[in-house]
Design a binder for this molecule. Structure first.
Ligand code: ADP
Ligand code: ZN
Length: 590
């Protein structure tokens, strides 16, 4: 070779450029991606908070704070939809390197393939990206159990873990083995991360944190090596905690894997590395792994075997007492008006998670500050809650009088049925101010936290849902599109009554779908096998429930047309009416 040095410099240069582009390309791709249809569905159900648009690529953040990306076939068509849903839109010019990237694509593919194979074959440890996230965050003394409220059972169970970390010798003295893994399972925002940090804080030990989604969609081999590196670091600092967020991203069982494009292979390697590390602790190393997931149903059983994540703690959204306590934690630094009690706020926030309650307090404080108030009062909290539950008021929206009138009758229809049915949750508030996607809203708030529902309650819910449309029919003798969401929910309830809860006398106590929708909600029920004849029967039973409820809602509203007209009139005048006022109007209507 004539110019060996120059040649190798050129090759090195090409490789470096290749690595640079390859890695930035990979970095771009690291967000989990969903298909456009899924994204649209989430958008329609108001789950999307912000989007960032680059060319056709969209990065979105949903209301749970999860980030993902998708690709839109036509941004121009999407934009009006985003605006309609009040999504915060950020746009960036298309990445400049794209043209360059495209022109060098063949070369990159060659380099990429070469890197892929050399890594695979030589098992070299690739450069660590974001190594700094492995450096323990010093949380000791910052987050403690005092910051975690309303989930006392989980706290109690984890007190034990704190003891292990504080004084492991006391427990291993007689030959016992300290549990290695704790799995925290529960919906997003219930405080799993907070709890893990609090364990570290209470025990005064380092806290290493990494998320399962960091592992996937990475360079081949990086996931596994990152796991090894993480455990190596952690062992040096024993006793300590490793927090593995979203463990389902790596720990999905093979059967349940929804991964495509061979990503599953990489994930499996990562999972294996994790299992090997968990099994390989020395007895003098106290490293406790706390993992979090909202999909325990998809986890690989190997993870749950004794000696691995054999402690499992379930965290559910708090009940009314728990909510009051969580609210109190987040109201610590807020100047609150004297007449506001956290019990009051807790009563009207059923189903809120800790994260949503924290958000509520913060929004209320901002709301009051915007109005230059000295204190946060109930009105601010109510307004913040409406904003979180129903989206921002669309004050600028022009509504025709006719449309407003239809909405007033529609909401009055819901509210009257809810007021008159004995088992229904009381009406908290009705509004015909459009928010988000809804033209109006009737809010009911249950008196207590329910965990199971009777057949009567469910039927009443369907009647209430159909009440809006029925009122429209009685008064205007025609329908608008405003009832589509009501119909969807009503149909879903009726379907579940028949297929999941055995509430059809004809079909009997048999399940026609399987799969956990439970508190996780992430799983989709899949139909079990049944004959075509049974399928027709299911259809007709669902129809029957809806038809019966429709009839009843019609009878109720037809018998109360004074109430209906009065309530609609008040709504048109005031736009928002609370539960007590509804009662008053009812008493005033013969
Ligand atoms: P998860 O990890 O379950 O998704 P996080 O721990 O990230 O939830 O919770 C997000 C935020 O919500 C926390 O930082 C905290 O401010 C608040 N939060 C959630 N649960 C609680 C709780 N039980 N007590 C106090 N604050 C909570
Ligand atoms: Zn409605």
């Amino acid at each position: 070779m004539k110019y060996p040095i120059r040649n190798s410099v050129i090759i090195l240069g090409i490789v470096l450029i290749g690595i640079g582009i390859y890695s930035s390309w990979q970095m771009e791709k690291r967000l989990p991606s969903v298909d456009y249809t899924t994204f649209l569905a989430q958008l329609t159900s108001d789950e999307i908070r912000t989007v960032e648009i680059m060319g056709g690529e969209i990065r979105a953040t949903d209301k749970y704070g999860q980030n993902f990306q998708t690709f839109a076939p036509d941004i121009k068509l999407l934009l009006p939809k985003l605006e309609e849903r009040n999504v915060t839109i950020r746009a960036r010019p298309e990445a400049k390197s794209f043209g360059f990237f495209e022109s060098t694509l063949p070369l990159l593919l060659v380099i990429g393939a070469w890197m892929y194979w050399s890594r695979k074959n030589k098992q070299t440890e690739p450069a660590m990206k974001g190594k700094d996230s492995l450096v323990p965050k010093d949380v000791a003394g910052k987050v403690t159990f005092a910051d975690v409220a309303g989930i006392d059972e989980a706290k109690e169970e984890l007190m034990e873990t704190v003891d292990f970390l504080r004084d492991s010798e006391r427990f291993t003295r007689l030959g016992g083995r300290i549990p290695k893994g704790v799995l925290l399972q529960g919906p997003p925002g219930t405080g799993k991360t907070l709890l893990a940090k609090a364990i570290a804080g209470e025990a005064g030990v380092p806290f290493f944190s990494i998320s399962g989604s960091d592992f996937v969609e990475m360079y081949v081999g990086v996931g596994a090596s990152r796991v090894r590196h993480l455990f190596e670091e952690a062992k040096k600092q024993s006793p300590c905690i490793i927090f593995l967020d979203e463990i389902d991203a790596v720990g999905r069982s093979r059967g349940a894997s929804g991964m495509s494009q061979g990503g599953g292979d990489e994930r499996e390697q990562t999972l294996n590395a994790l299992l090997v590390e968990m099994d390989g602790f020395q007895s003098d190393e106290t490293v406790i792994i706390v993992a979090a997931t909202n999909r325990p149903d998809v986890l690989d059983p190997a993870l749950l075997r004794p000696g691995r994540f054999d402690r499992q703690v379930t965290i559910l959204p708090p009940d009314v007492k728990g909510r009051a306590m969580i609210l109190a934690v987040h109201a610590r630094n807020i100047k609150m008006a004297k007449d506001v009690t956290m019990d009051m706020v807790a009563m009207t926030t059923p189903g809120f998670t800790g994260a949503e309650l924290a958000n509520l307090m913060n929004e209320a404080a901002l709301m009051a500050a915007r109005k230059d108030k000295e204190q946060v009062d109930l009105a601010d909290i109510e307004e913040a809650k409406d904003k979180i539950l129903m989206g921002v008021e669309r004050k600028g929206m022009v509504i025709r009088d006719e449309e407003k009138k239809v909405t007033a009758y529609h909401e009055a229809g819901h509210a009257i049925i809810a007021t008159l049915l004995p088992d229904a949750d009381p009406v908290h508030k009705i509004t015909i101010i459009p928010r988000g996607r809804a033209m109006g809203v009737t809010q009911q708030v249950p008196l207590d936290d329910r965990h199971s529902y009777s057949q009567e309650y469910l039927r009443d819910r369907i009647k209430i849902l159909l009440g809006g449309r029925t009122a429209e029919q009685i008064v205007f003798n025609r329908f608008t599109t405003g009832a589509s969401n009501d119909l969807q929910v009503a149909t879903e309830i009726a379907t579940r009554m028949v297929c999941e809860w055995g509430m059809s006398p004809v079909l009997g106590p048999r399940a026609y779908v399987a799969g956990d929708q439970g508190f996780l909600g992430g799983g989709r029920p899949r139909p079990l096998a049944y004959s075509e004849a049974t399928g027709q029967l299911i259809d007709s039973e669902i129809n029957k429930i809806i038809e019966d409820c429709l009839q009843e809602s019609m009878i109720i509203l037809q018998g109360k047309d004074d109430f209906l007209h009065n309530l609609a009139r008040h709504l048109l005048e005031k736009e928002t009416i609370n539960g007590a006022e509804v009662e008053k109007i009812m008493k005033a209507s013969p």
